[in-house]
Design a protein around this ligand. Sequence first.
Ligand code: BDP
Length: 709
Amino acid sequence: ESGLAAWLRYAPLSGSQHLHSSLPSHIVALNSTVGSPVYTAGQELHNGIQSIYGKQCNIHHGHWDAASSVVVGTVDEYTKAYGPLHNAPTLIADGYWLSTEGGTIQILGQNERGALYGTFQYLSMLAQGNFTKVAYASNPDAPIRWTNEWDNLDGSIERGFAGPSIFFANGVIVNNLTRVSEYARILASIGINAVVVNNVNANASLLTPQNIQGLGRIADVMRPYGVQVGISLFFASPTSAVQGQANLTTFDPIDESVVAWWTNVTDQIYEKVPDMAGYLVKANSEGQPGPLTYNRTLSQGANLFAKALQPHRGIVMFRAFVYNQLNESDWKADRANAAVDFFKPLDGEFDSNVVIQIKYGPIDFQVREPASPLFANIPQTNTAIELQVTQEYLGQQCHLVYLPPLWKTILDFDMQADDKPSLVRNIVSGERFNKSLGGYAGVVNVGTNETWIGSHLAMSNLYAYGRLAWDPTSDPTSILQDWIRLTFGADPSVVNTITQMSLESWPAYENYSGNLGIQTLTDILYTHFGPNPQSQDGNGYCQWTRADQKSIGMDRTVSNGTGFSGQYPSAVASQYENLATTPDNLLLWFHHVNYTTILKSGISVIQDFYNQHYAGAATAQTFLTQWQSLKGKIDEERYTDQLFRQSFQAGHSLVWRDAIVNFYHNLSSIADSSNRVGNYPHRIEAESMELDGYSIYAVNPFETASNKT
Ligand code: BDP
């Protein structure tokens, strides 16, 4: 059990012989073309039923009449073979009809992909021993359900924690794409329909003829699973001397030679990848070039690609992560304001195949952020939400953090645009502002490590990402429990223990890394790992906690601060504008207050900081003992692997706790009323030890050390 099979293990269900008669004996796959998703679905059913129940089914292609069969295909294929469906369901693209009632099991997709999705759903029931009779239609909430992989062409992965790339090595696409095909299978099982294979900080040499041909190979291995390829583009590619392409002297998006260059390159790609999903573009952000370089607008930049893609029905995901407010001494400057400042004036100027891809919060994947106000500010534009499955700021897969409860705070947030219900999930689905395009982009960053993203338990986040992109109203706990049963089996103590650990994990991480809306107090300048509260101020890229000896928090009000709260529709804006109506968990995001300010809970800000950091770290200690209670109940390989991570988290949560409470204790000079800070009864400090071969070293930042060394 290396983790390679993820939740598609199809583990044998012991003592299931008596269930054989409830299983089909024949599989009818209505498409006989090898490599079509319906053909794949037939194989998957065959292998799954055999592996879980030890029953060998016969596979047929085309029309086949037999009792005890499962028929998989599109609604059209079914109608051709068997005549019209009674009670034909209403399906949209990628949707499916699943009926286990009656003698024949029907798995029918609106398209081939839908049929495959229905198949995985049926197999998920079987793998959990669930023989409930069902008959229902399931449609995706949004058409865009993509992953983004931040893979570089040299094989490294930005913010990837599971080894090198499965797609690239040494500047080219790898020869052996087995892992890519396995990844596509995993993604199809949760309804993901496209993968952007390279880093948003893109490299022009992706566009050499050899690499374009390689993209064709990637598309070929993912197509049987209905997963399309997308790519990230480097905006200045026309001037980058890409081998095999013309080299221009400008990348100005309205220059005719530039338009022709991108049209030509796009046509070349579609020759090799006729069903490419589209482009992802990070422009004028963090050193990346873009249209602003030529004083053109971001919409002119996005539309350049939209026009090249339009004949091929591709789409442009244009990232809203553009900011240049980096002057911290300017008290009105605020990175959080940037997206609305840049994009709101452009609403209505984007072509219909452009989608603005918006990170869930206005800063950058923090442990707690308010929903990005941009979702409510561009009603004439297609939008998608960007979530991060890879835990860049959230413990980098060394800490257990089950993310869906965090994501739900954003997806279920009501922007109250025009004083009408405007949940973020209904904005990105296209429903609220009547858009036909919209959806989800999840930054996953899988690697060659057999756990896929670096930790067995972190895979619940990938599973849940797909499930929520399909249906954002689903319950994070029941998604989690499906995942646990599929991944580790149905033993109730295993299910209950992993459920409890997972549900406690985000609140615990928030508590020991940065509560009250101050964000993740990590090293901000590059690693984004481990505590470093002192790095939060003093540089433009920091989070600007504005902490001093008396007070803390970033005033983002309209009345006294950066004006960020005014970017929300009025009902939400006035809630955040006032200290009294701002929830405590976002207090320091919106307001600058004294350490002695009393929270709604009746406790002062600084005391709450102390208390929560202790509480969070204490909870993380229990993850280790909870996990240890599973010894012998799951396989040794995954048990041991995860045990190491839980031990690490238990220790590192203490490092987090102490670094942060010491830092603010030192800064504020306010004592902890429970006298814990600086007082460690059972600890042997390094400076009291006698060690051979070690010398004393001044640790930076000091608050991570005992007594500064
Ligand atoms: C930040 C990451 C950086 C990414 C950037 C982005 O630290 O590696 O390039 O976001 O999303 O969170 O473009």
